[in-house]
Design a protein around this ligand. Structure first.
Ligand SMILES: NC(=O)C1=CN([C@@H]2O[C@H](COP(=O)(O)OP(=O)(O)OC[C@H]3O[C@@H](n4cnc5c(N)ncnc54)[C@H](O)[C@@H]3O)[C@@H](O)[C@H]2O)C=CC1
Ligand SMILES: O=C(O)[C@H]1O[C@H](OP(=O)(O)OP(=O)(O)OC[C@H]2O[C@@H](n3ccc(=O)[nH]c3=O)[C@H](O)[C@@H]2O)[C@H](O)[C@@H](O)[C@@H]1O
Length: 464
């Protein structure tokens, strides 16, 4: 089966970059990315390709090459569904904020809406691909909706979870460790659907990296991968606190254990805590699923990864207060970096939000500088926590467009995102313009200690 038209529902961090790369690599396939968010679609269609709504190194080039040729962004969801032979569902699956499973389970209402819309609109057979991260066995529910509310159309459901990381999305898509495709491999139609998707990826990815499994293994592997990755960060962060008590250095420990090829060196960088839209959400979902099967020990095991991460964020903020003579009331604290990691403008679940909130509760005045995050986003992140009024957040938090504006007259500086440019700052200038003693807190192990101490800073770094 040759795919001619692809529709992707959801033009977010996954749908946008993934489809841009598929379109670039498969010029004979028309790819239409649709979204109900008009503003987002407008930005994807912005004449100046630098204004697309997602910042990812290399992405604007890919979009520039394919957009208007075989890559289209639209709000006309029905017509894109109608035309497509293959539909990717790439909508958000956040943690539920209401009802049963509140605070834990994945909220599948956007997925279900997509399924119902596909069922309503489709007149020809479709391959429906789960691109969003979903609880294991969601495909069963999708199939149920499609088969029972559709127009007698045949559907094949595939699971094709995405493993890209933000900040390296284009590289990850161009050269993935593996692509996972789960399908109904016991039937001829199922096998054909899997092959159709394999053929698309085979345009640029060696076949041996295209891994096919049954649907349930594919769905569960995605949650497992994120849980394992987050667990490594929580493990090294747990050791960072022990390092601070014992005189060990977490960077040295991490290097020493990472050189064991059985452990491996990646994802062992201690930090102020992991953020991002997925690690926490996916582990909570895993915990919820385990509990719903009565597997309480399994649930508790994974929950600890989250508890450790919360502890790390709180501990870092508390360290600031404690070091500043047990009070930050009325003191100006400069936060460098708001994104959850470097090279992205995404702030979802960023540790910076929680550190700032903690310091605001202690009555600090916060000034934030981030090279890519918009001012309104920073206020929206704080408002979302509902800790204090919107007005108070605006009165107590200032967002500036240059690092030196943030650090001038500050009592303390906290580095919360590992942006490369922070290494190159004129730290002499920063020191001379700060109040003394000048405290510097490195939540990312980004800065070199000796030179900062020689300048006169009181320097604290995670795990050292
Ligand atoms: N952000 C990431 O790096 C990764 C995310 N994922 C998963 O991919 C999924 C999507 O994540 P993101 O792209 O980050 O989310 P996002 O929130 O950036 O994008 C989702 C988009 O779907 C749209 N949408 C929701 N319901 C819709 C509907 N019924 N019709 C049309 N559009 C609709 C929203 O308006 C939004 O623009 C999630 O399940 C997530 O867990 C997986 C791997 C990486
Ligand atoms: O499902 C998802 O959404 C994605 O989640 C993560 O990707 P992402 O969250 O974009 O970024 P990561 O590089 O994994 O970083 C996550 C968080 O962990 C932190 N981290 C990461 C690595 C490390 O060694 N130490 C550390 O503190 C980062 O600073 C960041 O806050 C996974 O790496 C992707 O494979 C997955 O597709």
């Amino acid at each position: 089966m040759k795919i001619k038209n692809i529709c992707c529902i959801g033009a977010g961090y996954v749908g946008g970059p993934t489809m841009a790369v598929i379109a670039q690599k498969c010029p004979e396939i028309n790819v239409t990315v649709v979204d109900i968010n008009e503003e987002r679609i407008e930005a994807w269609n912005d004449e100046d390709v630098e204004n697309i709504p997602i910042y990812e190194p290399g992405l604007s080039q890919v979009v520039k090459e394919a957009r208007g040729r075989n890559l289209f962004f639209s709000t006309d969801v029905d017509s894109a569904i109608d035309k497509a032979d293959m539909i990717f569902i790439s909508v958000n699956t956040p943690t539920k904020t209401y009802g049963i499973g509140k605070g834990m389970a994945a909220d599948l209402k956007y997925i279900e809406l997509c399924a119902r819309q596909i069922a309503r609109v489709s007149k020809t057979d479709k391959i429906v691909v789960e691109k969003s991260t979903l609880p294991v066995r969601t495909a069963e529910a999708l199939k149920n909706i499609l088969d029972n509310t559709g127009n007698g159309v045949n559907y094949q459901i595939l699971s094709n979870p995405e493993f890209l990381a933000e900040g390296t999305a284009v590289d990850d898509l161009m050269n993935p460790d593996r692509v996972l495709i789960g399908g109904d491999i016991d039937t001829t139609e199922g096998k054909e659907a899997v092959e159709a998707l394999v053929d698309i990826y085979a345009h640029w990815i060696p076949r041996e990296r295209l891994l096919t499994t049954n649907v349930w293994s594919s769905e569960l592997s995605k949650l497992t991968a994120n849980a394992f990755l987050a667990q490594r960060v929580s493990s090294i962060n747990a050791m960072s606190e022990l390092c601070e008590k014992t005189g060990a250095d977490v960077n040295e420990v991490s290097k020493a254990v990472g050189m064991d090829s059985r452990i491996g060196a990646k994802f062992l960088k201690s930090s102020v805590g992991f953020g991002g839209s997925c690690f926490q959400k996916d582990i909570l979902n895993l915990v919820y699923i385990s509990k719903s099967f009565g597997l309480h020990e399994v649930a508790d095991y994974w929950e600890q990864v989250i508890l450790m991460n919360d502890h790390q964020k709180r501990r870092f903020a508390a360290k600031i207060v404690q070091t500043l003579f047990n009070t930050v009331s009325g003191k100006k604290i400069a936060i460098l970096g708001w994104a959850f990691k470097k090279d992205t403008n995404d702030t979802r679940e960023s540790a910076a939000i929680y550190v700032a909130d903690y310091l605001l509760n202690e009555q600090a005045e916060i000034v934030v500088y981030d090279p890519k995050v918009k001012t309104e986003q920073i206020y929206a992140d704080l408002d979302y926590l509902n800790t204090r009024s919107t007005e108070e957040n605006r009165a107590r938090v200032t967002v500036v467009n240059a690092p030196y504006k943030a650090t001038k007259d500050a009592h303390a500086v906290a580095v919360l995102t590992e942006w490369d440019e922070f290494k190159e700052l004129d730290w002499q200038k920063i020191y001379s313009e700060m109040l003394k003693p000048a405290f510097l807190f490195d939540g990312r192990r980004l800065l070199e200690r000796k030179s900062k101490e020689e300048l006169g800073f009181e320097f604290y770094a995670i795990g050292n």
